[in-house]
Every structure is written in structure tokens, then in C-alpha cells.
Design a binder for this molecule. Structure first.
Ligand code: IMP
Length: 443
């Protein structure tokens, strides 16, 4: 079955390896679209012996074919966007304005937002943010005082909006006896940066409408993870945007007409990316966390440190209670399971199948999760999955484990990743196979 639209989201707390999966699926895509978040997310991609680090530019940039859209739901730090584009061009990738479009409606992150992020973290409730100014920029956006990418093209209008924005925030700085970054510096740096970004700014919200009307193959790339969703995650220990698949429709935006063409099955396939275990960075509950030698071993083997912040991630067995919740809320059709190889060599592999005394369909808010006592079921361990790319070559216990994840979440196993490279990926779903035109499934 050919489905032209795939929405990929993180199905845990971020860092699931979405970048690698999106790169893998990009080869035959016409568009790859980022639809939320900002440079809080970071991906490391290993392709053809090269390592690429991405923050904002969609992970389809390494594949030659797709065009790229940084959609309206994203917040952008113009300086880091220019740096990223420069680095990618230096690495030999095509990042021309014909290829990369940036929505005029996307929000702008300014130095004042980063400082506000830091103030909130050090003087208010600590969320453990990435410190990139993401939350304050989204707050300004819904507070209707935000600056959008398109506004940068009108210098006088930008300066007036900036002044109003400063006026709004000055009392916070005054309260703590602090001074915001000088407004003149922000204006001067924008004067330098905007001419470089201007050709990328896309005024039309109809880009995807037209593309999808012409049956374009579109891959939507989510950032962070569903358990960090601003509404349904472990609030307030969440990021500031919607991280569930529905956000792709508004944060691209996607064409609703394309969504309607569903006679032959789902026209927007929703793919949840999950590691074979769990990690979380920042504050907030994580019931399956292991504060023991096993947790440490997963962290060491998996090099679980943030791409953007370098912070150590908390590690534990995969949490199926959370994954079921996400599968249901996100309407997931399939799972891409990454980092299976990191679990090689354990005598037993655990799966959190429930929380003591918590009903199966309970709402997983921060309160429930912070008190939850995990119930683990153990599978026989395995070895030797690194870089395996065929289902029948996986050890039987690993296959049993993977099948259990799919059955318990009522999804199909779509992809399994056993290493960082494109080659160490197996395709187990017809939809995925058709989208990236691979026959790997049948090899
Ligand atoms: P913010 O998105 O920087 O505001 O951070 C809010 C929460 O989301 C913190 O717990 C961060 O650690 C977490 N977070 C944000 N981006 C990522 C990511 O890309 N991976 C994992 N956690 C993230």
C-alpha cells in the first residue's frame, strides 16, 4: 500500500533517534517538514562515514531528493539557523533557498528569550530546560507580542515590535535586579543575519497544500517526544509545544484535502519512534528509571548524553505503560524501534508492563507518574544484534521482545534500527517499504 504522508514523532521523552529514521525514510520523499520545537532538539546522523549534527534543518537534508520546510509551528533562533546552514553547506550539502523554505509564521527566538529561560530555571520552578529560550519564545507567540520570521523583513516594524516585547519583560528583569541583553545588540545582530535568511523565508501557507494536491510524498519530522507534549505530557515537566502527530497538520501546515483522501486506508501514517529502552533528560518523573548498575550500563553503552546540551540522560527499561498511552493519543500505526543493539549482552531485558495499583487506561500525568511503582516483566537476554538488518537474523529472544512491544501497543513493527548508520536499519512494514522504495524487507 502506498501512503504519501508519514508523520514521525518521538514516542518517549525525546532522543529516540528520530533523525536517523527520518534520514532513512527521506531518500524518495519530495518534502521533509519540521513542524514544532526549536533548536532544543539535536540529531546526530552518521551517513557514509560522515557525522552530521542538526538542530533545526529537517533531517531530510542529507538525502538528495527532498525539499525541506521548517514549518509554522517551529521557533527559530536566527543566529543558530544561519550557523547551521553554513555548517551544512561546508559539509557539502545542498541548502539553497530553492531547497529549504522557512515559514514566515514561525516564531523568532531572541537573546532576551534565552535569558528569560535561564531566569525561570534558576529563580523559578526548575524544569531542566535546554536553555535555548524555547519556552519564553512560545509564550510570546501566544501572548501576541512575539516576533515572527516574516517580521524580520521589515526592519522598522521589527524594532517597534522588539521595543514592545522588551517593555513587557522589563519588570521581570527589574524584579530580580537584572538587565536584559541590550536591545541595540539584538537589532545590530539581526541587521547582519536577516539578509542571509531572507531568501529562505516562505510567505505562503499553501506550500504543502499545492504539493500534496500533486501527490507529493511528504515526511513530517517531530521533535522531542510525546511524553513532553505541552498538554498531554508530564506537565509542567514538558516542552512548550505539541509533540503529538496532530500538530503536523497545523505546524507544517499540512493539506487537509490530502488528509481526506483516505478511501484506501490511512493517508497520513503515524510512526512513533522509540528506543528499545527509556531515557529522559531534565526534571520530571520517569517510573522505569534504573538507579543501579543496569541503568549505568545502558547509559555507558548507549553514550546517553544530550547532543545539544551534553547533559547525562536518565536510563531505564522501556516503559510500555507510557508507550501505550502515546500510541493511543497519537493514533500511532507503527513503531520504529531504535538502539536494539545497546541491549545486547544483558542476561535479561526488562519491560515495564504496568504500575502497581494503577489501572491500565489511567491518565499519565506528572502526579500519577511520580508515584508510580513499575512492574517489570523480564525477557531472556540476547547478543549480536549490532548492525543486523534482517528480521530472521535477529536472535529469537530479541524478536520476541520486539513483537511484544507491537502487540501491547496495538501497532505494527515498522522499522528496527540496530546501529547508527542507514545500513543498520530493517524495514518490516509494507508502508515503509513503499515510501522509501526499498525491498530490504524481502531480502
Ligand atoms: P525546553 O524544550 O528547552 O523548554 O525543555 C523542556 C523539557 O523538555 C526539558 O525536560 C528538556 O530536557 C526536554 N527537552 C527539550 N528538548 C529535548 C530533546 O530534544 N530531547 C530530550 N529532551 C528534550
Amino acid at each position: 500500500m502506498t501512503i504519501n504522508n508519514i508523520i514521525t514523532v518521538g514516542a518517549q521523552w525525546g532522543d529516540e533517534g528520530k533523525g536517523k529514521i527520518v534520514d532513512f525514510l527521506s531518500a524518495e520523499a519530495d518534502w521533509v517538514v519540521r513542524f514544532q520545537g526549536g533548536a532544543n532538539a539535536g540529531h546526530t546522523l552518521c551517513v557514509d562515514d560522515k557525522v552530521y549534527k542538526l538542530s533545526l534543518v529537517p533531517s531530510g537534508v542529507i538525502a538528495k531528493k527532498p525539499k525541506l520546510l521548517v514549518g509554522s509551528g517551529v521557533v527559530i533562533d536566527p543566529e543558530s539557523m544561519v550557523d547551521e546552514i553554513t555548517r551544512l553547506i561546508e559539509a557539502g550539502l545542498s541548502v539553497s533557498p530553492e531547497r529549504l523554505r522557512v515559514s514566515a509564521v514561525a516564531g523568532v527566538i531572541l537573546p532576551i528569550h534565552k535569558m528569560l529561560d535561564e531566569i525561570r530555571e534558576t529563580k523559578g520552578r526548575k524544569i531542566g530546560t535546554t536553555g535555548r529560550g524555547i519556552g519564553p519564545a512560545y509564550e510570546d507567540r501566544v501572548g501576541r507580542r512575539g516576533i515572527r520570521m516574516g517580521d524580520l523583513l521589515d526592519p522598522a516594524g521589527f524594532e517597534a515590535s522588539l521595543e514592545a516585547l522588551y517593555q513587557h519583560h522589563l519588570p521581570v528583569f527589574a524584579y530580580f535586579g537584572l538587565t536584559p541583553p541590550p536591545m541595540e545588540d539584538t537589532i545590530a545582530s539581526m541587521q547582519q543575519i536577516v539578509p542571509r535568511l531572507a531568501p529562505y523565508i516562505e510567505p505562503s501557507p499553501y506550500l504543502m497544500f499545492h504539493a500534496q494536491l500533486n501527490n507529493a510524498r511528504v515526511l513530517y519530522e517531530g521533535a522531542q517526544g510525546a511524553m513532553l507534549d505541552v498538554d498531554y505530557g508530564t506537565y509542567p515537566y514538558v516542552t512548550s509545544s505539541s509533540t503529538l502527530p496532530a500538530q503536523a497538520l497545523m505546524g507544517g501546515p499540512a493539506s487537509w484535502s490530502a488528509l481526506d483522501r483516505h478511501e484506501k486506508g490511512p493517508h497520513f501514517y503515524r510512526l512513533g519512534v522509540t528506543k528499545a529502552y527509556s531515557t529522559r533528560v531534565g526534571e520530571g518523573p520517569m517510573p522505569s528509571q534504573l538507579d543501579d548498575a543496569i541503568g549505568e550500563s545502558i547509559a555507558t553503552k548507549g553514550a546517553e548524553f544530550g547532543t545539544v546540551t551534553g547533559r547525562a540522560r536518565r536510563c531505564g527499561w522501556i516503559d510500555l505503560v507510557a508507550l501505550r498511552y502515546v500510541a493511543r493519543l497519537g493514533g500511532l500505526h507503527g513503531l520504529a524501534v531504535t538502539r536494539l543493539d545497546i541491549l545486547d549482552g544483558f542476561e535479561q531485558v526488562g519491560v515495564c508492563v504496568g504500575y502497581e495499583g494503577v489501572p491500565r487506561d489511567c491518565v499519565l500525568d506528572a502526579q500519577v507518574m511520580s508515584q508510580a511503582k513499575p512492574i517489570f516483566r523480564y525477557f531472556e537476554g540476547w547478543d549480536g544484534t549490532a548492525n543486523v538488518r534482517h528480521w530472521h537474523l535477529l536472535p529469537k529472544p530479541a524478536r520476541k521482545f520486539l513483537e511484544f512491544l507491537a502487540v501491547e501497543t496495538s501497532t505494527e513493527l515498522a522499522l528496527v534500527s540496530t546501529g547508527p548508520t542507514r545500513e543498520s536499519t530493517m524495514v518490516l512494514s509494507d508502508v515503509m517499504g513503499a515510501f522509501c522504495r526499498t525491498t530490504n524487507k524481502y531480502e
